[in-house]
Design a protein around this ligand. Structure first.
Ligand code: ZN
Length: 146
């Protein structure tokens, strides 16, 4: 399970809508908790590093961006807990490309953006043997209105 506030979910949706029809991406910063899983407290939006021609369906995170995020998180006594990205005109389900580039333990939040409007937000964790993603529950933090 991954917890984040509605405000952060809105920020992820807004980033996906802003970069539509391109994919957007960013790093999730927060903490790991033995009982409750992960909590996201902050987003670090990333520049899309892939070539213009493939930008609509490929978001690459550069190792230097991961290092920068880890350094930033450490300074705030936080951790990098995952990555979010958008799927323009596609479902909020990981692609084979996502699986091939996933890291263990991290959460992958995907926002589906249909015709410029965010339609669905789901979160996924990769199986340890890299065979597939498993969906994980998104908790809405303390101000739960669901
Ligand atoms: Zn994807």
């Amino acid at each position: 399970m991954i917890s984040l506030s509605e405000e952060l979910i809105k920020q992820i949706e807004a980033h996906g809508e802003r970069d539509y029809p391109h994919e957007c991406g960013g790093i999730l910063i927060g903490h790991y908790n033995a009982e409750k899983g992960k909590t996201v407290v902050e987003l670090m939006p990333m520049e899309n590093a892939s070539e213009e021609s493939t930008r609509h369906n490929r978001v690459l995170i550069l190792p230097r961006d991961v290092l920068r995020a880890e350094r930033y998180a450490r300074e705030k006594k936080l951790d990098v807990v995952g990555y979010y990205h958008s799927h323009p005109d596609d479902k909020a389900v990981p692609s084979q490309f996502d699986l091939d580039h996933a890291l263990p333990v991290w959460s992958y939040i995907i926002v589906s953006v249909l015709q410029g409007k965010s339609a669905d937000v789901r979160s996924w964790e990769m199986e340890n043997d890299r065979s597939k993603f498993n969906e994980e529950e998104i908790g809405l933090g303390t101000r739960d209105e669901s």
